[in-house]
Design a protein around this ligand. Structure first.
Ligand code: DQA
Length: 147
């Protein structure tokens, strides 16, 4: 099984960026925690980050057939990118949306996700753990589909 983790804008700054909201772990550290869990789950994992909407769209388009599911933190694009929502809807593999912060407990504009209606599910508010829960959710979805 192969899973792709995609991170959107500003997530390259994790660890330095508003640590009181997003925590003190860098994206690199989160990625190594993910790789450790992936090894336990027998998942081949690739983690990518981009600040560019078009690059994220292309990565979603090109994910299948090699990739079985995507764990996706779209960053601020979560709240307004219909282009990313369309891309997530267009592909045949499940997309699990994750957020470090609880977006429903924050500013009004963050309380709406245009991605969640087309996602298999959403995990929000558990810091780096959101990614690990997202990976577990994606892996179990793929396993169920394989049965
Ligand atoms: C975020 C929440 C978004 O509102 C914000 O723009 C981010 C990070 C999160 O992981 O909590 O960049 O997606």
């Amino acid at each position: 099984m192969r899973i792709l983790v995609l991170n959107g804008p500003n997530l390259n700054l994790l660890g330095k960026r508003e640590p009181e909201i997003y925590g003190s772990l860098s994206l690199e550290t989160i990625n190594s925690l993910l790789q450790r869990l992936a090894a336990e789950l027998n998942v081949e994992l690739e983690c990518r980050q981009s600040n560019s909407e078009s690059e994220l769209i292309n990565w979603l388009h090109n994910a299948a057939p090699e990739t079985d599911a995507v764990v996706f933190n779209p960053g601020a694009f979560t709240h307004y990118s219909y282009a990313l929502a369309d891309a997530a809807a267009a592909i045949s593999i499940p997309v699990v949306e994750v957020h470090l912060s609880n977006i429903y407990a924050r500013e009004q504009f963050r309380r709406h996700s245009v991605i969640s209606p087309v996602a298999a599910g959403q995990i929000s508010g558990f810091g780096a753990e959101s990614y690990l829960l997202g990976l577990r959710a994606a892996a179990s979805l793929v396993k169920k589909e394989e049965k």
